[in-house]
Design a protein around this ligand. Structure first.
Ligand SMILES: [Zn+2]
Length: 111
């Protein structure tokens, strides 16, 4: 599923999301990321993470079971290791493909 930047923006700024987010943080005030759970650390959550990214399933954006209270530092670590890492790899792959094409083109122009 491809969600536009505008759709995402209007979702993250909507009242329903802000209310749900505050509700989730009131239910689970501590970070629920795998690292904190594994280490029994008590870190105050200041952010709410979609377990299944809204890019993957937009229908789960307001599903309380798809939400995880998280500390923003843990969040950036988690998103980098999961979804975004994959995206970065895809981008890199595309770049490499482009490089191959460019190299072919360069070779073709050489005598
Ligand atoms: Zn954490």
């Amino acid at each position: 599923m491809n969600i536009s930047r505008e759709q995402k923006h209007s979702f993250y700024t909507s009242k329903v999301w802000r209310d749900l987010r505050a509700y989730k943080l009131s239910l689970s005030p501590c970070c629920q990321c795998p690292d904190c759970l594994d280490n029994d650390s008590i870190t105050i959550a200041d952010s709410v993470h979609h377990i299944v990214d809204i890019d993957i399933n937009f229908d789960l954006r307001l599903d309380i079971d798809n939400l995880m209270s998280i500390n923003s530092l843990c969040h950036s670590r988690l998103t980098v290791t999961n979804y975004h890492k994959q995206k970065q790899l895809e981008k890199l792959k595309n770049k490499n493909n482009n490089n191959k094409i460019i190299n072919k083109l360069i070779k073709a122009t050489q005598p």
